[in-house]
Design a binder for this molecule. Structure first.
Ligand code: FES
Length: 105
């Protein structure tokens, strides 16, 4: 199923969070390329829209897991080993159509 995230002209370069139909997505724009990830941490549900963006990654504000903004790959594990582990974020196929950004969910 495809989901319309918003108009691309409203999406700035870099990373931003969007809430669509009650779900948070992280959208990273590099020129005309878009990368879309789940905005909820795979560890314990940290809100990644509040995470620190740095060097092409986002750091979870709760326990510090780090994810690649292009593909959701786990780049740094939870800082406190005894409370479990994070895994990669879901990455969504995306495309632009008539000025709108869509993802496949
Ligand atoms: S909830 Fe994100 S690292 Fe724990």
């Amino acid at each position: 199923m495809r989901l319309k995230l918003g108009q691309t002209e409203d999406m700035p370069q870099g990373s931003t969070a969007l809430v669509v139909e009650g779900r948070t997505y992280l959208v990273t724009r590099e020129g005309d390329l878009f990368y879309v990830l789940d905005g909820v941490c795979t560890h314990r549900g940290g809100d990644l829209s509040r995470g620190r963006i740095e060097g092409g990654t986002v750091r979870c504000p709760r326990h510090g897991a780090v994810f690649d903004l292009r593909n959701g790959e786990l780049k740094g594990q939870v800082r406190i080993p005894l409370i479990g582990k994070a895994s990669a974020l879901r990455s969504y196929p995306s495309w632009e159509e008539d000025g709108w950004l869509f993802i496949e969910v």
